[in-house]
Design a protein around this ligand. Sequence first.
Ligand code: DAH
Length: 341
Amino acid sequence: MREKVLEITNRTLEELKTCQDSQALEQLRVRVLGKKGELTSILRGMGQVEPEMRPKVGQWVNEARETIENAISESQKEIAKREKEKRLQAEAIDVTLPVNDRSAGSLHPMTLVLEELFDIFTGMGFEAVEGPEVEFDHYNFELMNIPKNHPARDAQDTFYIDDNIVLRTHTSPVQARIMTTRKPPIRIVSFGRVYRADEADATHSPVFHQLEGLVIDENISMGDLKGTLDTFARRLYGDGVTTRFRPSFFPFTEPSAEVDLTCAACRGKGCRICKDTGWIEVLGSGMVNPKVLEMCGIDSKKYSGFAFGMGVERLANLKYNVPDMRYLYENDIRFLKHFRG
Ligand code: DAH
């Protein structure tokens, strides 16, 4: 019996040395010390042992159990240590490795121009205000002196939410919103999206951006308008760029002017972009129609004002020599990369 216990003990200790992980260790433990284990079965078979030998056998088995348990717990510690080292090694980070090249993003050309316009006009003392893109017909058309059935509505067909609510066709309704709620002096600009029922092509888009300006005070004249727009043109496109006013018509201004800027690409010499004229048409403007002032509750005898409105995509494309408006919306990384600062 003694030999058998010793044999189990030695064999188990030998086998222990080959256990590589805690799972193998546990299997060995169950096989030897478990309820149906080899060592336990000796105790179970105690019935067959002669009575005077029983205490001895019990002692041998208990000693063997203790030896094996100690050895297993030693091995357990060893294995846990090895497993931890292995894990740490696998998770090790080499802080000296070069970083992956994460290419930096850049601001969209429209954002760049909008920020520049914001700086230019706030720098001249304008306050930037916002207006809704979903707008009442009343502000978008009626208060801008474009009554129902006026032919000027044809040029600004849009998306109708219902008979009285539209996606705004221009930023001009912000003028009406400000004039009906504030008293002069007024000096605001407003940027934002506007909508037209237009097919997209190189110069049209059903959604685009406008910048609107409005100044109302005593003794405001066309000279103030020209001075303001000249300054704007120079600041955006550089010295040597100036304005040219051509008579035009807008229901909400009287007189009205279409304004051209010196072609920034050829500095007025004439090129493909300006079709050899040296000028580029960029905006509409004029003296606020006294009828509009009155409709908005401003005394047209005491106050006068000027207004202007322009398409921001056009300004951006002229500034960056982009031939087609659609480039601004496609988000093609090859295009956008050119605007990295
Ligand atoms: N709202 C006009 C348009 O979208 C542009 C415009 C012209 C705005 C003259 C003005 C202005 O403020 O005075 O075509």
